[in-house]
Design a protein around this ligand. Structure first.
Ligand code: PEP
Ligand code: MN
Length: 338
């Protein structure tokens, strides 16, 4: 259920409503919009009994949320969520562009790529320190050392950092170094990890599980939101289908669908969505046209020597630079900017 307050509700009235909800053992999640505050009531609402919440001072109406995910739903919050991070905003008019290698391989590598993508207009450097690999003998990332290399890249360029966290016990250490946590496709249903980043105070990019429905994905986001972290960014990165030509099938239906169902921003990763460099630029353009709030792209200056298998889907810096120019008119056509 959500409690919608009147536009002129006072902080004191809102406080009383929250206390009333919490007093019966339910959780109250506040969402402050431009016009009014909405209070999400989380838990078994029969605990409210016949309590006349609807007639409390400052309350305009109460509404049930019919979707299985509550805080993630548009019913909970009509306005889009805009996340401010490292001097930029994600979910507003301007597209967020996060680019960089699959994995952080050396200070020289990450700084070189960060400079390239920054000059081309990216606002975040991406790069894995902890890599979730399909096989246990593949390169697993340089861990803490790689987090320090990312910090150097940030110092040199001012770009925000996006890097993956894989286990609840590493949320603190990764959080000390990153601006945005990435939760990878293989961890979308790692519910302990979802709860742990939900207790952190940093934005989270939640990649869609490789065989997850949009509803399951929004329920995964709900785990993070329900722990008190409102800053979730969804990332469509392709799903498994019967098609084997591409690494995954990039489901761009998800972009407008998520915008209808949820207030959370959604970015698209055409690199993992295709797995093929020659397809990445076209699918990036399609992502922008579909209304994505941002892009997550793999870029490598020497992809043939990439330490993960993702060199084949990484753009060369020059391709990335060209692409950033080419998407400008598309962004404008759909009411956005780069
Ligand atoms: C990545 O971004 O490099 C990555 C491992 O992505 P995904 O979890 O989508 O496979
Ligand atoms: Mn990758």
């Amino acid at each position: 259920m959500v409690i919608v307050t009147k536009p002129d509700a006072t902080p004191d009235q809102i406080d009383k409503i929250v206390k009333r909800v919490e007093g019966v053992g339910l959780k109250a999640q506040i969402s402050t919009g431009e016009q009014r505050t909405v209070i999400g009531v989380i838990g078994d609402k029969t605990l409210l009994g016949d309590m006349p919440i609807g007639s409390m001072s400052g309350v305009e109406k109460t509404m049930p949320i019919t979707a299985p995910y509550k805080l993630a739903s548009r019913q909970f919050r009509e306005e889009p969520t805009i996340i401010a991070v490292n001097g930029t905003k994600i979910g507003g008019r301007k597209l967020a562009v996060m680019a960089g290698p699959c994995a952080v391989e050396s200070t020289e590598q990450i700084v070189t790529i960060a400079k390239h993508v920054k000059n081309a207009g990216a606002t975040f450097i991406r790069g894995g320190a902890f890599k979730p690999r399909t096989g246990p003998y593949s390169f697993q990332g340089y861990g803490l050392e790689a987090l320090k290399m990312l910090a150097t890249a940030k110092q040199e360029t001012g770009l925000g950092i996006v890097t993956e966290v894989m286990t609840p016990s590493e949320v603190d250490i990764v959080g000390d170094h990153t601006d945005i946590f990435q939760l990878g496709t293989r961890n979308m249903t790692n519910f302990y990890l979802l709860r742990e980043v939900g207790r952190a105070r940093k934005p989270v990019i939640l990649k869609r599980g490789l065989a997850s429905t949009i509803e399951e994905w929004l329920l995964a986001a709900e785990y993070i939101l329900s722990e008190g972290n409102p800053d979730v960014i969804l990332c469509e990165r392709g799903i498994r289908t019967f098609e084997t030509h591409t690494r995954n099938t990039l489901d761009l239906n998800a972009v407008p669908a998520v915008h209808q169902l949820s207030h959370l921003p959604i970015v698209v990763d055409p690199s993992h969505g295709t797995g093929i460099r020659s397809l990445v630029s076209d699918m990036t353009k399609a992502s922008v046209a579909s209304g994505a709030d941002g892009l997550l792209l793999e870029v490598h200056h020497d992809p043939d020597h990439s330490m993960t298998g993702d060199g084949a889907q990484s753009l060369f810096p020059e391709q990335f630079e060209k692409l950033m120019q080419e998407i400008k008119p598309i962004a404008i056509a759909v009411g956005r900017e780069i």
